[in-house]
Structures are given as C-alpha cells and as structure tokens.
Design a protein around this ligand. Structure first.
Ligand code: PMP
Ligand code: GLN
Length: 363
C-alpha cells in the first residue's frame, strides 16, 4: 500500500511509520558516537551500556528486574527478536496459538520452523480476548502462545484480567510465551501498559519484545530488544548469533544516552492521543464507524455503512480515487473474511491527518 501511495501521490496512512522525523538531538548523538570511532561490530548481545539502561528503565517503569548481562539482548528490530524467539522454541509439529488479526511476521516465523499455527479470532468491534476460545485451542502439543499488547492492528490493550487469565492457563503446563510490546509507550485515555513481565507466573516463561522504532520515531534504524529469563535468553542468543550476530554500534550508544532521559518516552502517549483524537474528530461526521483505539498508532474503522465491497478493493480504490491509503484488515487473518474494516495509521503530521479525514468524510 505504501508503494501504491507513492505511485499515486496519495496521503499514506497505510504502513505503520511516523510521517515526521525523530528528535535532532538523537541523530546528533549518533553523529557524536560515529566521530568518536564507535563504528565496528558491537558485542553479540548488544553494547553493555544500552543493556544496562534498558534494565534500569524496565525496573523504573515496571518494578521488574532483568540482569543486563544474562537476560537482555539487543537485536536488529522486533522482527528479528520475534524470529529468534520463535526459532528458539518451536520445533516440527509444535502448535502455536496466534490471536488474529495478527502482525504479519508471526505466522511465517512459526511455519519456517515447522510449527503449526492454531488461530483464535479476536472479533470486532472491541477485539477483546475470548479466554474460553483460547483455552479450547490449547492441546498437549501447544508449545507457545503469541501475545501482542498494545495490539496491531486493532489497538486493543490487555487488562490485568487478561494477564491473570493467561497465567491461569499456562501455569501448570509447559507453554512458553512471546509478548510483542513494541507499542508499550502508546496507550490512551489514562490506560497503563500491562506488560507480561509484571505477572510473576508470566515473567518466568515470556520473551518480552520491544523496539526503539515506535518509541523514538526511528523505524528505519531497526533496533529492538528481548528481555527473557536466563535459559530462554541463552537459547535466544544462539539464534541471534547466526541471524545477524550484532546490531548497528553507533545507534546503540546513541540510544543508551537518549534513554537516560525518561521524558523522551513518557510523553509519547499524550503525543499520540492528540493525533488519534484529531483523526477521530475529523471522521466523526463521516459514515465510518469506530471505537477509539486504546493504544498503538492505528485506528480501525468499519465501512459497513458505505459499501459492501471487500476491504482490499476499497483500500486500493480509496488510494487511487481520493488519495488516502490504508491497510485492509483482512490481510492480518489467515483466511478470507468479510469484516469490512480498514486500518489507518495516525502517526502522521497534523495537516496530513486533517486532510485525510476531510477526504474520508466526503464518502
Ligand atoms: N510487532 C508489531 C506489532 C509491529 O507493529 C511492528 C512494526 N511494524 C513490529 C513488530 C516490527 O518492529 P521492528 O521494525 O522493530 O522490526
Ligand atoms: N509494523 C508496521 C505496520 O504494521 C510496518 C512494518 C512493515 O511494513 N513490515 O504497518
């Protein structure tokens, strides 16, 4: 959709990346570290100062301790972290529970490792987790459950009750967890992020995955990380060592410096809530129907009142005809479905958000 948006000159609210630049202070730090000669391979596990800062931030924010030496690993984006964690756990014939709609890299990583995805559907409009359906999907071959909160594409944010339900389900079973928390700093309307690490039963069996791309407006840097208990981190690092080995050195030093100022990520929810609200105010008199996203920088809308055509057709048509690109939510499901939902990314400049909303309101 980004390619089509570029070809047609459409406003691009499709792929999830900010339509504005990062803080110049952050790029200045990279420059500083490059000039200081920090341009060779970083240690396989990540530069020590960045792992330490990540552990400090995690303790300050969630009150949970991770050892930077043995439980924190810096990798080339959350995508690599997901792949490495899945590869560390999944073997031929293992079943992996995937809540769908699901971010698009989970299932290919599972299938490349010979795993079998077992789907549990989250249904519109609120996409809450149906715990009886998750329980029904568990078998003796269930090896792993994929979690994503705040959720892409729906914006659903897990509650304390969700954590408790998951803990109840896994505590007497040998089931591992991967928790994709790349939007951990983007929650709205006073919500707080419920990281799986904050539940003791879950902390012991979860790979927590984060990414600086979403938090500092640097999706092009592709730097992410994984927090996990010692034996899980050891297994994870065996994969990371032979996928990328290590991650861009000057950026890691720059991020370590930048992380020491908490306001750099603590303001993010307010920053994006204003943008979400701007978009929603702009489409409130349109024929799109929506429940405000709870978190992430995506808003899903139903177009049932406008047309019955499939979402892929509509997304392409709106890009070409009114110059607004979105993502058809059906692509996040493994099977054809008829939900009539589009996902709009509001990590864009205010003028782009307003102009897009204006065009959408004329439909
Ligand atoms: N998980 C989710 C839910 C995402 O939205 C994204 C970003 N598109 C990623 C993982 C990948 O993050 P990264 O760019 O750090 O690989
Ligand atoms: N995660 C972003 C999205 O959902 C984009 C990442 C990608 O295009 N692979 O739009």
């Amino acid at each position: 959709m980004s390619q089509l948006a570029t070809e047609t000159g459409a406003l691009n609210l499709s792929q999830g990346f900010p339509g504005f630049d990062c803080d110049p202070a952050l790029t200045a730090l990279v420059d500083e570290h490059m000039r200081a000669g920090r341009n060779q391979y970083a240690p396989m596990t990540g530069v020590p100062v960045l792992r330490e800062r990540l552990a400090q931030k995690t303790m300050a924010q969630y009150g949970v301790s991770y050892n930077p030496e043995t439980e924190v690993t810096v990798v080339s984006g959350a995508t690599e972290a997901i792949f490495a964690a899945v590869t560390a756990i999944v073997q031929q014939g293992d079943e992996v529970i995937v809540l769908e709609p699901a971010y698009d890299s989970y299932v290919p990583a599972i299938e490349l490792n010979g795993g079998i995805p077992v789907y549990v559907t989250l249904t519109p409009p609120n996409y809450a987790v149906d715990w009886s359906a998750v329980e029904a999907a568990v078998t003796e071959r269930t090896q792993l459950i994929m979690v994503n909160t705040p959720h892409n594409p729906t914006g659903y944010c897990w509650t304390r009750d969700d954590l408790n339900q998951l803990a109840r389900l896994v505590q007497d079973r040998d089931i591992w967890l991967i928790s994709d928390e790349v939007y951990e700093h983007i929650l709205f309307d006073g919500r707080t992020h419920q990281s799986l690490m904050t539940h003791p039963v879950l902390r012991e069996r979860t790979f927590i995955i984060g990414s600086f791309g979403k938090t500092f407006h640097i999706t092009g840097w592709k730097i992410g990380y994984c927090l996990a208990p010692v034996p899980m981190t050891a297994a994870f690092r065996k994969i990371h060592q032979y996928v990328t080995f290590s991650t861009a050195t000057p950026m890691q030093y720059a991020l370590a410096d930048y992380l020491s100022e908490p306001s750099h990520y603590q303001q993010l929810s307010a920053f994006y809530q204003r943008k979400r609200d701007l978009f929603l105010a702009g489409i409130t008199n349109s024929r799109f129907r929506f429940i405000p996203a709870q978190g992430s920088f995506f808003q899903c809308v139903s177009y049932d009142a406008i047309t019955t055509e499939p979402d892929y057709n509509l997304a392409v048509r709106l890009t070409k005809e009114i110059g607004v690109a979105s993502i058809p939510v059906s692509v996040f499901y493994h099977q054809q479905n008829d939900y009539h939902i589009l996902r709009f990314c509001f990590a864009k400049t205010d003028d782009v958000i307003q102009e897009a909303a204006e065009r959408l309101s004329k439909l």
